[in-house]
Design a binder for this molecule. Structure first.
Ligand SMILES: Cc1ncc(COP(=O)(O)O)c(C=O)c1O
Length: 384
């Protein structure tokens, strides 16, 4: 591992082509490999099992997250699905009360059918979390900050309790990236990513990654990856490697802009609540500061009752209403009807995902343009 992450982002893993000296890893667009005789392979036999471009990305993310091995999948959900496939009928997984809607959905509608159950747990409060650990619980799946209310979980504290009870700790690090937070150093066993977001960084590729911290887990995930087959294609692997090279400079700008946007929203008379762990007034500020470089670039907020959010969304000129996050462009979404629509209304209400909640993925445009777009859209949305 390079000592400095900014260097590792560019030179980590397998970063060039030994044969030709090409400074970028070639796109090995092949499904199979010639064998020199029966059982005489040159290291590869079939691209679901192994592909040099995908392997370069897998080595890179393992190095960046400080894990034993990395795995690249066709989407963030394919990565989560592969990790959840470690469990068996009768096992239970605890999940943070705010997780990406798709993570909830795959547990609720797919794994439930196979007898793998889940409990929503208040991982923000370690003592409440410990009370949820019943004998069938085998793992805890955390997002910190969590999607969409940016609630912060103390990864060190949860890992310590979880390991005392023999659980695996899985952290979805999509919102932070290894540039801002390294969950394995904080005690996690497995880290997952929707690489579709900041790692790819340009809203042009859907991809997922998983990193494990032991040889045993590496063997089990490698088996699942090959057996279930949701692998990332070579060209998409190349695009994610290319995105990661600029992760540091992008995240610096994303997070600088986000802090200014959060301060602007916090001070705005039309705004009821702002959720951003980079604000000193946020309940998650101290814990987040103890485990991450800063508050990231995702902000959620609610406008006061006399503002119409439909008009707000339609009045934005620069910031686009779209699913997803983490691209160079600023995006907003409405979690209740978009990213978290698959969570039943009663659970959404219970965990605080209100119909008025707006989520902002702060891009790297000029901050003055972002703020003036927010400002004019808020102004137009006032019901007079
Ligand atoms: C935190 C988080 N995890 C996982 C996912 C799923 O990733 P993908 O859309 O790449 O399947 C998302 C997608 O929005 C997400 O926001």
């Amino acid at each position: 591992m390079y000592k400095n992450i900014n260097t590792a982002l560019i030179h980590g893993g397998i970063s060039m082509d030994e044969r030709t000296g090409a400074v970028n890893v070639p796109i090995y667009q092949t499904s199979t490999y010639k064998q020199d005789g029966l059982g005489k392979m040159r290291g590869y036999e079939y691209s679901r099992t192994g592909n040099p471009t995908r392997e370069a990305l897998e080595a890179l993310i393992a190095e960046l997250e400080g894990g034993t091995a990395g795995f690249a999948f066709a989407s963030g959900m394919a990565a989560t699905t592969a990790v959840l496939s470690l469990f068996e009928k009768g096992d239970r997984v605890l999940i943070s009360s705010n997780v990406y809607g798709g993570t909830f959905r795959v547990l609720d509608k797919v794994f439930n059918n196979f007898g793998i159950t889940y409990t929503i747990s208040d991982t923000e409060h370690p003592s409440a979390f410990e009370k949820d650990i019943t004998p069938d619980v085998k793992a805890v799946l955390i997002e910190s900050p969590a999607n969409p209310l940016m609630t912060v979980t103390d990864i060190r504290a949860i890992s310590e309790i979880a390991h005392r009870h023999g659980l695996l700790v899985i952290v979805d690090n999509t919102f932070m990236t290894p540039y801002l937070q390294r969950p394995i150093e904080l005690g996690a066993d497995i880290v997952t990513h929707s690489a579709t977001k900041y790692l790819g960084g340009h809203s042009d590729t859907v991809a997922g990654l998983a990193v494990v911290n032991s040889k045993e887990l590496a063997q089990r995930i490698a088996f699942i990856q090959n057996a279930t087959g949701g692998v990332l294609p070579p060209y998409d692997s190349f695009l994610i490697i290319r995105g990661i090279k600029t992760l540091g400079v992008r995240m610096d700008r994303h997070t600088k802009n986000a802090l200014k946007a959060a301060q602007f929203l916090k001070a705005h008379p039309a705004v009821k609540n702002v959720y951003y762990p980079g604000l000193e007034t946020d309940s998650g500020y101290e814990v987040n500061r103890s485990q991450a470089k800063n508050g990231g670039a995702m902000i959620s907020f609610e406008l006061k009752e006399n503002y119409d959010i439909r008009v707000f969304f339609e009045s934005l000129n620069l910031i686009m209403l779209a699913e997803s996050l983490g691209g160079v462009e600023s995006l907003v979404c409405h979690p209740a009807t978009m990213t978290h629509a698959s969570i039943p209304e009663d659970i959404r209400k219970k965990v605080g995902i209100t119909d008025g909640l707006i989520r902002l993925s702060t891009g790297i445009e000029d901050i003055d343009d972002i703020l003036s777009d927010l400002s004019q859209a808020i102004e137009k949305s006032e019901v007079k």
